[in-house]
Design a binder for this molecule. Structure first.
Ligand code: PMP
Length: 381
């Protein structure tokens, strides 16, 4: 298999496997236990917390481990909405991940008001629209760092300046961005930030929620899970120690080489697109310049049903948009939000290069896709 679906998930880095092996073998004690074995596990967990905090410019006491970005997004959004008491107003965008949009929908059903802001043709939110949407009862704004289907990087720092001046907490789902972009919570002006282990070559089922002390000190978030009071009372349940320690290792590898790697991956993507362009017509649904993630591209082949195409290139792991949605068979809400017509959406393929991708794979993938896309009879409507 040529694996080019790094926006769905990433392979686990060997350094992470090693760290998890060590953790499972030597850090099996409960990190909340006061005996020496517990303290050993606790120390390793705290080391991971420190690595995560450094990665995003936060304090260690502002990092909470979760089961992933879905839980983090739920906890951030519901946790802020619930702490305020009574119905409030939440602002988000039309291109967020379902774990944000569906969480906001659940708030609406619970009596809150939700404003879903539209985006431009590149999928970008206008900070001016965020400013205009704010109300005295706005409890939260939630904007992603980078999109998981079309790679658009949002102007989060500009939005953070606006929400900061208005005294409204800003949440950022950084799941897709943190692997490629420098993230600093103070520069971004965010009070809440989430990401996931499995998009940065770490394990699945573990993630991070950053909550600024400034926000927690004013009023703590309402937890989703009640129990043993772990994670400073915000996320009860014994930590998945091995996964947390693996995540810490993943963050270490990421921090060491993110910038050079982004340049390398942009190069692979460029090579892939050039090879493809020699062989078959396509249109780009995502940008490849600044303002987009460097390693990914979304494109449509004319008169091609991408779902069918992917069945014919089974050895090539690419996708037709968000993996979380692909069982739903619903046309992508992101591609609809940027105004693509149904036939462009039907022909859309998402390709994302990663840490272990090679130039030979980029070239081979272009040849395989072109052979299948070029050979397909036109779809009849
Ligand atoms: N947000 C974004 C932008 C994502 O791409 C994903 C993963 N598809 C998630 C949230 C959910 O992350 P997790 O799988 O860790 O729940």
């Amino acid at each position: 298999t040529i694996y080019l679906d790094h926006q769905a998930t990433t392979p686990v880095d060997p350094a992470v496997v090693e760290a998890m092996n060590f953790a499972a073998t030597h850090c099996y004690a409960n990190p909340s236990s006061p005996h020496a074995a517990g303290i050993r596990a606790f120390r390793e967990v705290e080391r991971a917390r420190g690595a995560v905090a450094r990665l995003i410019g936060a304090g260690r006491s502002e990092i909470y481990f979760t089961s992933g970005a879905t839980e983090g997004n739920n906890l951030a959004i519901k946790g802020v909405a619930a702490r305020t008491g009574g119905p409030r107003h939440v602002v988000t965008t039309a291109v967020e991940h379902k774990s944000v949009l569906d969480t906001c929908r659940s708030l609406r059903e619970a009596g809150h008001e939700v404003t879903v802001l539209p985006v431009d043709g590149e999928g970008r939110i206008d900070p001016g629209r965020v400013a205009a949407a704010l109300r005295p009862d706005t409890a939260l704004v939630s904007v992603m760092l980078a999109n998981n289907e079309i790679s658009t990087v949002q102007p989060v720092a500009e939005i953070g300046a606006i929400t900061g001046a208005a005294g409204v907490p800003l949440h950022c789902d950084a799941t897709q961005g943190v692997g490629s972009l420098p993230v600093d919570v103070r520069t971004l002006g965010v009070d809440l930030l989430t990401f996931s282990g499995h998009k940065i070559y770490g394990p699945k089922g573990v993630g991070v929620l950053y909550v600024s002390n400034r926000l927690s000190d004013r009023a703590p978030l309402a937890p989703l899970l009640h129990g043993g009071g772990q994670e400073r009372g915000l996320r009860a349940g014994t930590l998945n120690t091995a996964a947390v320690i693996g995540l810490g290792a993943a963050v270490g590898v990421l921090a060491a080489g993110r910038q050079e790697e982004a340049v390398r991956l942009a190069g692979l993507r460029g090579r892939f697109l050039t090879e493809l362009a020699h062989r078959v017509p396509y249109t780009l649904n995502s940008g490849t310049g600044p303002g987009f993630l460097p390693h990914a591209v979304n494109l449509s082949f004319p008169d091609v049903d991408a779902q069918q195409l992917l069945l014919e290139v089974a050895d090539l792991a690419v996708s037709t948009g968000s993996a979380c949605n692909s069982s739903a068979q619903e046309p992508s809400h992101v591609l609809r939000a940027i105004g693509l017509p149904p036939e462009r959406i039907r022909g859309s393929v998402r390709i994302a290069f990663g840490r272990f991708s090679t130039e030979a794979e980029a070239v081979r993938a272009a040849h395989v896709l072109a052979a299948v896309a070029g050979a397909r009879p036109p779809v009849t409507a």
